[in-house]
Design a protein around this ligand. Structure first.
Ligand code: ASP
Ligand code: MG
Length: 449
């Protein structure tokens, strides 16, 4: 079971966690940092700080955690875990002094600093479980073995190695009737250095852990019911989706739905593990099930998701269609600049890349060395939003695109880039940002009334 920051807001959230976990015979709990903690560390290290502000920040963080611990636990347990928390805070403080005195903040150091939120939260949750009479035990996923590559900010797990190291330890603990509490968000590379799994990466951690122990199921506890047919802030009548496939869940997560981290699908899928999204405020509700079942609702649109804050970079190449390797060449330059390409389309004269607005500068400058020569000119278009239509098998079903585009046209909205055919479970297109809400409502209405 994974509990995110939104579940770990206060004592009542953690009591809810305890009541859910203690209802299970065998259960591994994966936790992220308490609500707001990772953000506060990111914020603190992003500005200039001195000795005084280090002391103030560390005192604040300690107090927040110790107070919660004291509220949840009797004195003996609270004393023991309180000492662990203080020890972590001392290390954390020393690291910050290190950054201050050396004037250096490497990615390695950043990853290490950001991992503290999860370490602290895991102690609080373990203490609360112990208070309820469960034999809890903490696993820190650097030392205990989520093994990853060397990408410090956005690592990928080596699932086999992780199964070998962390998986074995967790299975042993379960056999001894212990209740493991596992830190989310980070692992370590082969040298033992802390690596982060990406912001909001605890969903991914939980899926890795589920794979490592060949779990029967993975439950992700959130403050929403599950995947919806559209963003409820745009479409108030949107409905819960009871069941979707792994592929649909991936597409939805990549293209806008913030319910699940996009990388969380893969390990569970490889292990054939059903993911269940549940609402901690309504544990009796079924939420959304993510499974391998494909057939049930073939060709039916499940959801209309969307993303704002995008830009299109158009790269004009003379005879692009005849230049072999043009696409890989250009995307290579953009990729090396650290920019993630969300989508791309090509024509004879131009290749268009859909990227995040804040990446525009980096993407454009990465291509300038090619002008003039391979590239005639580069143009950018801001204020772009994306709409993604998701449903297993819709790539093989007649009339879906026609209906969507008709409804968009009927509202007088222009469609920009389109991409279909890559996945049979999804296609997407762009509109002007100011038209987004209207367009999402139009598309949603086609399928859901
Ligand atoms: N605490 C980390 C973050 O805020 C990981 C997570 O929340 O899943 O990014
Ligand atoms: Mg978080």
């Amino acid at each position: 079971m994974k509990f995110g920051g939104s579940c770990l807001r206060d004592a009542s959230g953690i009591r809810e966690l305890v009541s859910i976990v203690s209802g299970e015979k065998r259960c591994i709990t994966v936790v992220s940092a308490l609500s707001g903690v990772t953000d506060s560390i990111v914020h603190f290290i992003s500005k200039r700080f001195g000795e005084k502000s280090i002391r103030r920040f560390v005192a604040q963080l300690s107090e927040k955690h110790l107070e919660l611990l004291n509220t949840l636990c009797s004195s003996e347990i609270s004393l023991r875990y309180g000492e662990e928390i203080r020890q972590f805070m001392r290390n954390f403080e020393r690291l910050l002094y290190g950054v201050l005195y050396t004037g250096e903040l490497t990615e390695r150091m950043r990853a290490l600093l950001l991992s503290f939120g999860e370490r602290l939260a895991a102690r609080i949750v373990a203490a609360a479980l112990e208070e309820a009479g469960l034999n809890s035990i903490v696993f820190d996923t650097d030392r205990d073995g989520i093994i990853t590559d060397d990408s410090f900010m956005n690592a990928n797990a080596d699932l086999k190695a992780t199964r070998h190291f962390l998986g074995r330890k967790l299975r042993n603990a379960l056999e001894k009737r212990q209740y493991p509490v596992v830190t989310g968000f980070f692992g370590s590379n082969l040298e033992g250095r802390v690596t982060l799994l990406g912001r909001n990466g605890t969903d991914y951690s939980a899926s890795i852990v589920a794979y490592a122990v060949s779990a029967d199921r993975l439950l992700i506890w959130k403050d929403v019911d599950g995947f919806l047919t559209a963003d409820p802030e745009i479409v108030p009548s949107s409905r819960l989706i009871p069941e979707i496939s792994y592929e649909e869940a991936s597409e939805l997560s990549y293209f806008g739905a913030s319910v699940l981290h996009p990388k969380a699908v893969e390990p569970a899928k490889l292990g054939g593990i059903t993911i269940s999204i549940r609402n901690i405020a309504h544990p009796e509700k079924e939420g959304t099930l993510i499974t391998s079942s494909k057939s049930k609702a073939k060709g039916v649109v499940k959801s209309v998701s969307c993303m704002e804050g995008l830009a299109i970079v158009r790269v004009y190449v003379s005879g692009g269609g005849f230049q072999s390797g043009a696409l890989s060449n250009l995307s290579g330059y953009i990729g090396k600049a650290g920019v993630n390409i969300i989508s791309a389309t090509t024509s004879q004269t131009c290749i268009a890349f859909l990227i995040r607005k804040e990446d525009t500068e980096a993407a454009v400058s990465s291509l300038l060395p090619l002008v003039p020569g391979t590239v005639d000119r580069v143009e950018r278009e801001n204020g772009v939003a994306l709409i993604c239509i998701v449903g297993q098998g819709l790539g093989e079903t007649k009339g879906i695109a026609a209906r969507v585009f008709n409804s968009i046209y009927a509202r007088g909205i222009n469609v920009g880039m389109m991409s279909a055919g890559a996945s049979l479970a999804a296609y997407h297109f762009t509109v002007r940002e100011r038209d987004l809400k209207e367009a999402v409502r139009a598309a949603h209405e086609v399928f859901f009334g």
